[in-house]
Write a new protein. Structure first.
Length: 340
């Protein structure tokens, strides 16, 4: 797939090359010192960022032709993944007979079409073989505001900042819930995660309906867990169930995050809520969520314990967990990593 960008400019385009009299028209190619254009030609594997930057600077290409002026249009493809372009209204003019060179100049305005490769994470966000998803009736009224705009459900509404706190499990005193969700279950191998980074969530100012200051107690409210790009991410099991053999409801899902609730309520007021960031939600699960969300949320997708719901988008997934609405420390050995 390619993205088409139309560029226009009035500046002259001058390229010269050896020209044989009475020879048939041949496509001109840039000389080795033609800057960015030649660089792209020699390196078809440039990244999309380089293509986007370089595409806007490319010169138009004309065609060598007979000594009389002609209209020329050309499409040149550079590599299998690089950009290609088409120039309109380019013409060829012969130089004097002594130099034997051709000169390509624009007639007026050169319109350039730059085709840039459209890149997706299709290799990572593949369906998970063998997985299918059910739905379950939701208790009470649907969330208000909508899930997309609710800071309790959509973590993008809050945001978070990197902090330099301790990146290992921490021990808290006091009692623990033996039925709390156990975060090793996020991974297929049930491993104790490596904390690649730790973050602080922002709070929410409900009176003014805007983001508040960072939450500093506890000092970590979102943890980055090391992952392998494309590995499956699963529902951590707990000692609770919402009924029908299901462990959680999906309260919110997008292409890069999901919110799971360990009660059948469309809010975070009671029970545990798990937010997972930087995850490709399984395509059929995302479609199911969008369908029930559009239908009024009387039912929502439901997942079983240890069921895979997506894949890691990169080398880190983000985890935040709430208990009765309050963000908790995801590093707590007492609560979420018992026996580790």
């Amino acid at each position: 797939m390619y993205v088409k960008i139309r560029l226009s400019r009035s500046q002259k385009i001058i390229w010269s090359r050896a020209f044989r009299r009475n020879s048939p028209a041949k496509a001109l190619t840039p000389e080795p010192n033609c800057g960015l254009l030649s660089l792209l030609a020699r390196r078809p594997g440039l990244t999309l960022l380089a293509s986007l930057f370089g595409g806007s600077l490319m010169l138009a290409i004309g065609l060598a032709s007979t000594p009389s002026s002609i209209q020329a249009a050309t499409t040149t493809l550079i590599g299998s993944s690089g950009p290609f372009w088409r120039d309109e209204r380019a013409s060829v003019h012969p130089m004097d007979n002594h130099s034997g060179a051709a000169d390509i100049r624009s007639l007026d305005v050169v319109t350039t079409y730059v085709y840039l490769p459209f890149i997706t994470r299709a290799g990572v966000c593949q369906p998970i073989p063998g997985e299918s998803y059910g739905n379950f009736p939701m208790n009470g009224s649907p969330t208000n505001p909508s899930a997309e705009e609710h800071p309790d459900l959509n973590l993008a509404m809050l945001g978070y900042e990197l902090t330099d706190a301790y990146k290992r499990l921490v021990d808290y005193s006091g009692g623990a819930d033996p039925n709390a969700p156990q975060l090793p279950g996020l991974f297929a191998d049930n491993r104790t995660a490596t904390f690649s980074a730790v973050y602080q969530l922002y709070s929410w100012d409900w009176e003014h309906n805007r983001r508040g200051p960072l939450i500093t107690n506890p000092e970590v409210t979102l943890a980055g867990l090391a992952a392998t790009s494309g590995e499956t991410i699963h529902v951590p099991d707990s000692g609770y169930t919402i009924g029908g053999g299901y462990e959680v409801l999906v309260l919110y899902a997008s292409t890069e995050r999901i919110t799971l609730k360990y009660t059948p309520d469309d809010n975070v007021v009671y029970g545990y809520t798990l937010h997972v960031e930087n995850v490709c939600v399984e395509p059929s699960l995302l479609a199911l969520y969008e369908s029930w969300n559009s239908a009024g949320r009387s039912r929502l997708p439901a997942l079983r314990a240890r069921q895979a719901f997506g894949r890691a988008r990169g080398s880190e997934i983000g985890i935040a967990i709430r208990d009765t609405g309050s963000p908790m420390d995801p590093r707590s050995r007492r609560d979420w990593w018992q026996g580790r």
